[in-house]
Design a protein around this ligand. Structure first.
Ligand SMILES: NC(=O)C1=CN([C@@H]2O[C@H](COP(=O)(O)OP(=O)(O)OC[C@H]3O[C@@H](n4cnc5c(N)ncnc54)[C@H](OP(=O)(O)O)[C@@H]3O)[C@@H](O)[C@H]2O)C=CC1
Ligand SMILES: CC(=O)N[C@@H](CCC(=O)OP(=O)(O)O)C(=O)O
Length: 342
């Protein structure tokens, strides 16, 4: 586990502790190398006396599966030196985008290429689903947290041909752990508590091309998205409100039918019963995604709300789910099936 001292790495370790088929090997870090894991993640009691090692190819070699939870730009060089038959699951953005032009427009490191995209439930064209590309893969790029909730919310409508490809608008609120654990002035408690604030406004957030890539694949034509993230005063969770224009003649019953059909057999994605709405508190600590759909008949728009835990389904849960698929294990193995409340 590389990046074990970070938020995503800590969550992957929490899930692996409950996984019946994994033994945890080396745990690595950067500035925390040499420290006890219990010092940085006191909640991971069974691993408290493990010592964090430096993140090098030598410490990661010899494992069947390597999880990378490093800052952007650090995964490519490490992965390139690991044998091809080692399963590498990368939580960073480095291998998510298929378009070099999109990467260059939103990131300041060199384009590294793309790996199979680790969102198994993502509906594609003609009844396809992303999981088909993940079984047996040895390199998988875990999605960003916002793209997970937003893509799952809207893709069924595009795959079913119910939505127009323009004028898609998304506003999403994230808990502060989405930004990682390093010190950032805008994340100080006194700045965040009791306040919500937007950032990346005006189409500048780097998750925009990732969301567009996913929805364009589902639609079979280019989809453009206006995406505005906001920061919410909570440690975990993302609530995304996504709206798009319905094609002429599409009503609520055909919308519900399309979304329910897309996720009918999915263990982790749930279209809630009519009248119930997703809430971050309902999914914290679990690998579940909650969705609800509505139709604004006056404006001819669909409104889809999704809730995920950014650290579980939004990162670590997806990483373990993808590792299960890569290894041919049961996809749900070791993943938290119930959240914590209140
Ligand atoms: N937080 C979230 O909700 C999500 C995160 N991700 C992605 O997961 C990855 C990790 O994020 P997160 O855990 O939040 O970040 P954190 O800042 O919490 O952790 C970063 C980790 O990377 C290590 N690290 C820092 N610099 C280097 C370096 N130069 N070389 C090797 N290791 C280094 C840190 O070690 P040390 O502490 O010892 O310096 C730490 O273990 C990122 O790519 C992020 O985008 C993806 C989806 C959601
Ligand atoms: C609240 C917050 O700051 N969230 C992060 C998203 C975290 C994530 O999923 O992103 P990557 O893996 O793509 O870095 C952000 O907006 O940059």
């Amino acid at each position: 586990m590389a990046g074990a001292s970070g938020y995503a790495g800590g969550e992957i370790l929490r899930l692996l502790l409950a996984h019946p088929q994994f033994d945890i090997g080396a745990v690595t870090a950067a500035s925390s190398a040499g420290e006890r894991l219990g010092g940085v993640h006191p909640h991971l009691v069974p691993l408290a006396d493990r010592v964090l090692e430096p993140t090098t190819v030598e410490t990661l070699a010899g494992h069947d599966v390597v999880f990378l939870a490093l800052p952007h730009g650090h995964s490519g060089a490490l992965a390139a030196q690991l044998p091809d038959d080692v399963v590498v699951i990368d939580c960073g953005a480095d291998f998510r985008l298929e378009s070099e032009a999109a990467w260059t427009a939103f990131y300041d490191t060199a384009y590294a290429g793309s790996w199979p995209y680790g969102l198994p439930e993502l509906p594609g064209p003609a009844g396809s689903v992303q999981r088909e590309r993940l079984s047996g893969a040895t390199r998988i790029a875990v999605p960003g947290c916002y793209p997970t909730g937003i893509s799952l919310a809207l893709a069924p409508g595009f795959a079913a041909g119910l939505l127009e490809a323009r004028d898609v608008v998304v506003v999403a609120a994230s808990g502060t752990s989405g930004a990682g654990k390093s010190l950032k002035p805008h994340l100080l408690g006194s700045e965040v508590m009791g306040s919500m604030s937007p950032y990346g406004v005006g189409g500048g957030h780097r998750h925009t091309p990732e969301i567009e890539q996913n929805l364009s694949r589902a639609a079979g034509e280019p989809v453009t998205v206006s995406f505005t993230p906001t920061l919410a005063p909570m440690p975990r969770g993302i609530l995304a409100t996504c709206t798009a224009r319905l094609r002429e003649g599409t009503d609520l019953s055909s919308v519900r039918a399309a979304w329910e059909a897309a996720y009918a057999d999915e263990p982790f994605v749930h279209v809630l019963p009519e009248g119930s709405w997703p809430a971050t508190a309902s999914v914290v600590g679990s690998n579940h995604v909650q969705l609800q759909v509505a139709v604004d008949e006056r404006l001819g728009r669909v409104v889809v709300v999704s809730a995920i835990d950014n650290l579980t389904k939004g990162t670590a849960g997806a990483a373990v789910q993808c590792a299960n698929l890569a290894l041919g294990l049961e996809e749900t193995l070791g993943l938290p099936n119930a959240g914590v409340a209140p």
